[in-house]
Design a protein around this ligand. Structure first.
Ligand code: F6R
Length: 236
């Protein structure tokens, strides 16, 4: 594991974006595993900025997002497909047919199978970008008695629903279920970048990278990944 400390959110985003940009420059046909949430917004902004300056070309890139809420259509303003469109895809030259986000309104079991097949057919993920949940989740792999291997449908914990409440107008609108890629796809990614920002995440980050490997803190499994880069700004 490599730990890169950043001074603040902006610095964290620049450092993480640098790693992603190096991947895209060196391997233009990369499969990028992407995350949503607040953490990557500045990373996507930075990458889009470099694209605008013609320093980056995403035309050969394929993307595979980690998760999607069950019950939300792609056009729903809180769906993760919508998030990716507005925060990133619409600002770069990635081909839409090469962008993958789980379908939140498909039959969940079939969708999980299909999504694993998509990842398998692509030959896995070259670089996986992750955020860290307050409870140690990655993707929507929530704390529990065991690590879930494949893409699966998950009942979101109250902690996660609370944390994501800020993106919805009313608390009851926050979906109860989501589809998430499992720990196998994440662990099989050739490189993983865990991006973490904010003082309130310092404690869970410490547990994730220094504590015991346990499904109660899903991110702790990343300690066993042989190319994990943690980019963290957790001082403020
Ligand atoms: C989002 C995702 C989640 C978030 C995590 C942190 O696709 O998979 O694991 O990365 O909940 O969210 P933020 O960045 O909003 O604190």
């Amino acid at each position: 594991m490599r730990l890169i400390y950043a001074t603040d959110y902006k610095d964290m985003c620049r450092k993480a974006a640098n790693l992603i940009s190096a991947q895209v420059i060196l391997y233009p046909n990369s499969v990028l595993g992407l995350a949503t949430g607040a953490t990557p917004i500045g990373i996507y902004d930075q990458l889009a900025d470099w694209y605008r300056k013609r320093d980056l070309d995403f035309s050969g890139v394929t993307s595979v997002n980690l998760d999607e809420y069950c019950g939300l259509e792609a056009a729903h303003k809180q769906s993760y497909r919508y998030f990716m469109e507005t925060q990133f895809f619409s600002k770069i030259n990635i081909q839409r047919s090469r962008t993958h986000v789980p379908n939140g309104i498909a039959d969940p079991d079939e969708e999980c199978r299909r999504y694993d097949e998509v990842i398998h057919t692509l030959g896995g993920i070259d670089l996986q970008l992750l955020g860290l949940g307050h409870n140690g989740h990655i993707g929507f792999n929530e704390p529990g008695p065991l690590f879930q291997k494949g893409t699966h449908c998950v009942e979101l914990s109250e902690n996660t629903r609370q944390a994501n409440r800020r993106f919805f107008a009313h608390a009851e609108e926050v979906p109860h279920k989501a589809i998430t890629v499992g720990m196998s796809s994440i662990m099989q990614a050739k490189r993983v970048i865990l991006a973490v920002s904010g003082k309130q995440k310092a404690n869970i980050l410490k547990k994730a990278i220094e504590g015991p490997v346990t499904p109660e803190i899903p991110a702790s499994l990343l300690q066993l990944h042989n190319d994990l880069i943690v980019v963290a700004s957790v001082d403020q």
